[in-house]
Design a protein around this ligand. Sequence first.
Ligand SMILES: [Zn+2]
Length: 139
Amino acid sequence: MELTVLQNIKNTVDKLVKKYETADPWILCERLDIIVLISNLPVGVKGFYQLIKGRQIIHISRCISNTQMKLVCAHELAHAILHKNQNICHGVGNAKMEEEAEYFKHYLLKLEVNEISRWSRKDISNFTHLSEDMIILDF
Ligand SMILES: [Zn+2]
């Protein structure tokens, strides 16, 4: 991928994260008013992105783990942002678009990890409702 393309994707992700104050793909979809549907999809299809009557929709297979769902959500969110007007099936879009979506996903999730690693014990306690002394910071 060209360096300028990579840089543009990074900038796009940085702006999104700054504007919506999160790098969590689920929350970003919600704040961007993208409909996310978890449904029964054909075997081998983990998710896809669709634009219908101006509404952006991400479909995610219910047959995959929660972690995989999040990865698929981040990948499809990339299509929603970078390739808004296309209907794209996970892994079946053209190679360039797939590569861009994967890069977006990795960069976004890396920011999310950084975001969480800056949390204090108190932040984690507020978020998880665990008492502070139950939380061991290990990063
Ligand atoms: Zn894709």
